[in-house]
Design a protein around this ligand. Sequence first.
Ligand code: MSP
Length: 526
Amino acid sequence: MSDQTFYVTTPIYYVNDAPHIGHGYTTVMGDIITRWHRQRGEDVWYLTGTDEHGQKVLRKAEANGVSPQEWVDKLVEEEWKPLLKTIDIANDDFIRTTEQRHFDGSKAFWQDLYDRDAVYKGSFSGFYSVGSEEFVGDDDVVDGEGEDEGHKISKLDGSRVEHMTEENYFFRLGDYQQKLLDFYEANPTFIQPESARNEVISFVSRGLRDLSISRSTFDWGIGVPWDDEHVMYVWVEALLNYVTAIGYGDDHARFEKIWPASIHIVGKDIARFHAVIWPAMLMAAGQSVPHQVFAHGWLLVGGQKMSKSKANGIRPDEIVDTFGSDAYRYYFARALTFGSDGSISWEDISARYHSELANGFGNLASRVAAMIGKYFDGVLPAAGEQTDAELSVVDIVAESVRDADAAIEAVAPQDALAAIWRIVDGLNGYITDQAPWKVAKEDPDSDRLATILNTTAEGLRVLAVLLNPVMPKSSAVLWDSLGAETALGALADQRIDAVAAWGQLPAGSTITKPASLFPRIETAAE
Ligand code: MSP
């Protein structure tokens, strides 16, 4: 392993509105992946933040009768930062594009592009979508129908476009077509999954035009360093957050240690910006390109992409208030395939909560602790000789840990959880087969009872460690109930590569019954 940091980012979110679970989804997945890598002992940096400039935010502030600065300050403090607490995110940094470090870094980067002759002045005439803050080619514009009658619409995402003619600065994106295609070819995992990669390659293969990268008809943005009549096009400015947050322009050593990003996690709607414009900008500035852009699918509600503008946006706290943040995190990681679109529903959340979390996992933890309490006064007994049944548990654990780790490496948290759940199911099956309550009655003097309960407690130790990146709160409760802190240290310090080694919980540890990890929830579907 190099001493390079494992650097993970989410998109920075527009603060035109409050967050919904689509934003929460990306942020939770990034959090699970970074927490897992931390427990592998890697040096990790997890960045998220907010994208505060541009016309979309400006217009929203105007519609609400406040200045854009007042608007973004209020939304970031009251909505976006609290979201991280609601869904239990352990980010290392939060960047706002209205911060001085971002102004300074962005200007430095632009100056560098200018000095290298990657930018020139021209004039732009064409369509622009404020909804997606994107220039839309004439071929992608159609007449609107229904509610959009009388407006021009972008075929790309159905948003309304406006015609504009402006003097702009342009970035020589057209020069990068072949360089990008060569780069994708040489780095097959740069853009994943395959569907996103294919789409990006076919887009670039069709040809790239130079990109207008400044705006001169409003001033809510960062001024172009050599021309204060212009502000930076919001996308080009926003992408720079990934470098301005880690010292680009003012802390060279820090920047060198963390850059390039290991993985930019984005929704597929913005894969092109990250896999085409961003690497071209970095190449133009002589910087290294990120290792990977991972484009995940959309959360669908009632079959449609969930979004605020369609009024089907669900707030994360609507789910967390009922099921808790652990179940929220578990659900999105387990029920959807990261990289594909997926439907979610309240009924499905409730069903998985009860069958997988309450009955499958929570019940296992409380039964084991209750039996150790009843038969051994809450003191973990030493295991006797292992039979085939115990050896099989040890095997399941070793294989699951290997598979889960490989799944995280492949950015497939759903497969990691499926692998971990083989331990949950394996332990439940083992208890049913071994029937410790029967052994206690029929063969109380043998060491079988001790062996069975020691084996299940060890299994729970492994589960606490493996589930900590996904469900930190219940994992901490479980760790505590196993008395593991005293013998093994903090849960966060347990290493994935050492977790499967058997017999770590020392005999004599105090086992207490945990508070119910996932209490039954009686609320009806809403
Ligand atoms: N500000 C830009 C990103 C700049 S990054 C340099 C932006 N912001 S956004 O607020 O619109 O957020 C887009 C991101 O939110 C998506 O890429 C995705 O990560 C997430 N999602 C928003 N709606 C979503 C769904 N319905 N489903 C899944 N994720 C979604 O674009």
